[in-house]
Design a protein around this ligand. Structure first.
Ligand code: ADP
Length: 647
């Protein structure tokens, strides 16, 4: 019987005949033993092993083998019965009832127990015990009926049923567990014991043999025999606790075999001429012993499996605990005492471990004076009934440093892009500055000339000086804005008037519109809420969109160069800035690319403007999007949350 045959259908044809021959031989031997134990007035044996052996064979075989095995035992059955001078009809009837018993048992076991090893858990043992009762119980009705119908002997039906039931149940309890658990025994378990366990097993076997010899040689059909049988109990318990189901089942079967041997030699409880009344107590004793022993073995297996699972789980938790890159510790809530901690925990600066809040980020100096940032988190747990905390601390120094570096680089990049865009129209700026300076110069010269007059016209000179002051202011504002944009300042978020911020940008690039012959149209929304933002960054955003639009309109598009800049109060409460031009627009397939860094279609372009604009918008909790019909121009939309919503 190859346990792996089920998984290898190709092997089945090769293994089935061998298995069938083996089962037939065992069945024959079992039948001979059963017939040898049949008492004179009873046509039914006191211990009938063949059915149990067939049941064990079915339990260990794939279901498609069952009919092959059942057919194989037929000649073995007939041969054994013929040698026992059993009439042919009776032999055939018993074949049917024997097969019925094995099929009921195997069917029930498969139905209730499902796949998986048999008798290796308390549940499986309980199911087996039900099967060990049900199969002989049901088939014995048929068996006894056959005997009465054939007229084999003159024992009443009820007695026939009773004898067969007990003898077959005992046989099932003796033979099936031993065979099944030994064949299905995992490596290291009986009969494949390791060297270290073999001496203990040998000692146990010797002890059990001695106890059996005493019990079965001195035992007779008297109550004293029962007390002598108790000598076996400690050894069977030893087997159940230390060696698992295969050893205990085999030990139990061994005891039963010794009973049979001593019986055949005229000793002990199973003497040939024993009457039914004398046999029953021994049968009941063996049955009663089998039930707790098998259950004990099953429970022990469950316990071992649970211990194994627990060990595995503990090992897993310990491995995670030990090898975690985070610092971990279990601390007592009452006094903060560390019950268990990994190496990472002990590496934390001394004194910090005890004072960590539940969830926060802590910054402290380590032994080398370096600043370290640690993210801590605490979860309450119960350890042996004591309130404890699992504390986790993750060193995020490198992460925070990298974030700060990235922020700094981002700032530098924005600044660079800003300076680059200013240099783009530096010519226009110089021209813009030149105008007030020229006005100041000519006005100052005029004033000087007037002062040369004998009676200088004070009113005129005052007007000239006022003009000088105005021109100076204009130049001052321009320079102020330029300085702001050129400065590499830190982010400074504050409430802003968007309209004013956009107007300032438009004033700055005013000269650009003139030199590029761009007509500017503005439409500012009157009741626009304030936004919260960094003025320099937002102006950089608008400046970039406006300059891009002016440049695009030089490249083509509609003949009239109109730049529309406006603000809008979105229905969702957002503040929107719209920059629309009449340039060539953007081809749909290029749309996704224009916001990517270093995408440019300009010979001197950096391709960073729009990607930085999008970052600025996102940084303010908003967005930047574009719509365009090629040939018709482009429409950029900046959406910003109002200061109220951004708070
Ligand atoms: P750069 O101006 O250095 O090229 P940007 O990121 O500001 O970098 O722009 C990327 C590209 O997007 C531009 O080269 C241009 O092809 C396209 N683009 C930007 N604005 C417009 C616009 N208003 N109309 C058409 N194309 C535009």
């Amino acid at each position: 019987m190859d346990r792996t045959a089920e998984n290898h259908p190709g092997n089945v044809r090769w293994h089935l005949p061998a298995a069938a021959a083996g089962v037939a031989a065992i069945y024959y031997a079992g039948a001979k033993l059963g017939l040898a134990l049949t008492s004179a007035p009873l046509p039914i044996s006191v211990l009938w092993p063949p059915n149990a052996l067939l049941l064990a064979a079915l339990l260990l075989s794939p279901r498609r083998w069952w009919w092959g095995l059942i057919a194989a035992v037929f000649p073995a059955h007939l041969l054994a019965q013929a040698q026992g001078d059993v009439p042919m009809v009776m032999a055939l009837c018993w074949y049917v009832s024997n097969v019925c018993e094995a099929l009921i048992g195997a069917g029930l076991m498969a139905w209730l127990g499902g796949p998986g090893p048999v008798l290796r858990s308390a549940r499986s043992v309980l199911i087996f015990l039900c099967v060990a009762v049900a199969a002989p119980f049901l088939s014995s009705f048929l068996d006894a009926a056959f005997v009465v119908a054939v007229g084999w002997g003159d024992v009443p039906y009820a007695t026939l049923w009773e004898v067969r039931f007990f003898s077959n149940m005992l046989s099932v309890l003796i033979f099936v567990p031993a065979l099944v658990t030994c064949v299905q025994a995992p490596a290291g378990e009986f009969p494949r014991l390791s060297r270290s366990r073999a001496p203990e097993a040998a000692l146990l076997a010797a002890g059990l043999l001695t106890a059996c010899t005493i019990a079965f040689n001195f035992g007779s059909i008297q109550p004293a025999a029962l007390s002598l049988l108790c000598l076996l109990v400690p050894f069977l318990l030893w087997a159940a606790f230390r060696f698992g189901p295969s050893f205990i089942s085999t030990a139990y079967a061994g005891v039963a075999v010794l009973v049979i041997v001593s019986t055949s030699q005229g000793h002990g409880p199973f003497v040939q001429d024993a009457s039914m009344d004398a046999v029953l107590p021994i049968q009941l004793f063996l049955i009663a012993m089998a039930l707790p022993l098998l259950l004990l073995a099953g429970l022990n297996q469950d316990l071992r499996a649970a211990q194994g699972r627990l060990r595995e789980a503990r090992g897993l938790v310990e491995a995670v605990f030990r090898h975690s890159p985070d610092a971990l510790a279990v601390t007592r809530q009452s006094d903060g005492h560390v019950l268990q901690a990994n190496a990472g925990w002990w590496n934390l600066p001394p004194g910090q471990s005890g004072r960590m809040p539940d969830e926060s980020e802590l910054t402290f100096g380590d032994a080398d004076g370096q600043e370290r940032v640690v993210l801590v988190c605490t979860t309450g747990v119960d350890v042996d009934g004591e309130a404890c905390d699992i504390r986790m601390a993750r060193d995020v120094t490198a992460q925070r440093r990298a974030e700060a570096d990235a922020r700094e680089q981002d700032r530098q990049l924005k600044h660079l892009a800003r300076v680059a865009s200013l240099t783009d129209f530096s010519g226009t700026l110089a021209h813009e500055l030149n105008q007030p300076l020229a006005a100041i110069l000519s006005n100052a010269q005029a004033a000087l000339r007037m002062l040369d007059h004998t009676t200088p016209n004070v009113t005129e000179i005052r007007a000239i000086l006022r003009d000088i002051a105005e021109a100076d202011k204009r130049a001052g504002v321009l320079i102020h804005h330029l300085r702001l944009l050129m400065k590499n300042s830190d982010e400074a978020f504050a409430p802003l008037d968007t309209n004013h911020m956009v107007e300032e940008v438009l004033a700055l690039v005013h000269g650009e519109f003139i030199s590029r012959k761009v007509e500017l149209k503005t439409s500012f929304c009157g009741d626009l809420p304030q936004v919260r933002g960094d003025r320099v960054q937002l102006q950089q955003l608008v400046l970039n969109l406006v300059l891009n639009a002016c440049e695009a309109m030089e490249q083509g598009g509609r003949p009239e160069r109109v730049l529309s800049v406006g603000t809008h109060h979105g229905a969702d409460g957002t503040v929107q800035i719209l920059v629309t031009d009449t340039g060539p627009g953007i081809q749909p397939d290029l749309m996704p690319g224009i916001f990517k860094p270093f995408y440019t279609t300009k010979t001197n372009g950096l391709g960073l403007g729009l990607s930085i604009c999008r970052k600025i918008a996102a940084n303010h909790g908003g967005s930047l999007s574009v719509r365009s019909s090629p040939g018709e121009g482009a429409n950029f939309r900046v959406v910003l949350p109002s200061a109220h919503a951004a708070r």
